[in-house]
Design a protein around this ligand. Structure first.
Ligand SMILES: Nc1nc2c(ncn2[C@@H]2O[C@H](COP(=O)(O)OP(=O)(O)O)[C@@H](O)[C@H]2O)c(=O)[nH]1
Ligand SMILES: Nc1ncnc2c1ncn2[C@@H]1O[C@H](COP(=O)(O)OP(=O)(O)O)[C@@H](O)[C@H]1O
Length: 220
């Protein structure tokens, strides 16, 4: 069996074309989206991260263009003006948005993208492209554990952590809008579940555009 962190190809066949997928991970802050998305990106060479633009300042260790495109308010305004965003939203007193160009081009070429976005962005992507969106909501095992994770990440001030905890219930209230809900208790078990979802969704008949010519040929 392949090691769970080893890159692998998961296409049914390299010859079969399929539609790219918009794979969304949402959760209250601290429940584990970044952890899960990094594990999936390491383990699976067929999915790329959609790098959002944000007006929030970088955390220690975050890199411009890798974790986010860190922009100022004027630049974000200009991007809205130029219709550069697939979707954007206000979250925690900052603005976050998904730049369009890169995603559109990739999807056409059958590339899968992972989105670490909130429920507002998820709703907007569903409105634009219902067929290609797969959404997963991560729940923490408990609220005290959620606080413990925010504190253990040690990258936000006490006031920011309090604010995120205050908003957690509101974010959790959107759980039923998602295709899948996974409780992130043990990190490795959660990863296996999220990866199973990704693999199964790739095999959906409607995503495999190469099936029609394949079956035609199969049937002679
Ligand atoms: N709608 C939308 N939400 C985003 C985007 N990028 C990030 N977010 C969400 O903004 C929230 C705050 O993200 P961040 O500041 O990185 O904090 P974290 O969730 O604690 O890692 C999270 O719920 C993210 O999923 C985006 O492009 N669009
Ligand atoms: N299943 C888990 N058990 C324990 N700690 C976890 C688990 N998942 C994530 N963490 C830790 O919790 C903190 C918040 O996780 P992170 O992935 O940054 O959350 P988010 O991106 O949703 O804000 C990080 O320090 C991370 O290492």
């Amino acid at each position: 069996m392949a090691n769970q962190n080893t890159p692998e190809r998961t296409s049914l066949s390299p010859d079969l074309e399929r539609r790219g997928m918009l794979f969304i991970l949402s959760s209250p802050s601290g429940a584990g989206k970044t952890t899960m998305s990094q594990m999936l990106l390491t383990a699976d060479e067929e999915i790329k991260l959609s790098v959002s633009a944000t007006t929030r300042p970088p955390r220690p260790g975050e890199m411009d263009g890798i974790d986010y495109h860190f922009v100022d308010d004027a630049t974000f305004d200009a991007m809205i003006e130029k219709d550069d965003f697939y979707e954007w939203a206000h979250v925690f007193n900052h603005r976050y948005g998904t730049p369009k160009g890169y995603i559109r081009k990739g999807l056409k070429e059958g590339q899968d993208f992972m989105f670490d976005i909130d429920w507002q962005g998820t709703q907007q992507l569903y409105q634009k492209d219902q067929q290609d969106v797969v959404s997963v909501f991560l729940l923490p095992p408990s609220l005290p554990e959620l606080r413990r994770r925010l504190e253990s990440r040690a990258q936000d001030s006490a006031a920011v952590i309090d604010d995120r905890m205050d908003r957690a219930r509101g974010e959790i209230s959107h759980w039923a809008e998602y295709d899948y809900v996974v409780i992130n208790d043990d990190v490795d078990e959660c990863f296996v579940k999220v990866r199973e979802i990704l693999h199964a969704e790739r095999r959906k008949r409607t995503r495999q555009t190469g099936l029609i010519p394949f079956v035609r040929e199969l049937m002679g």
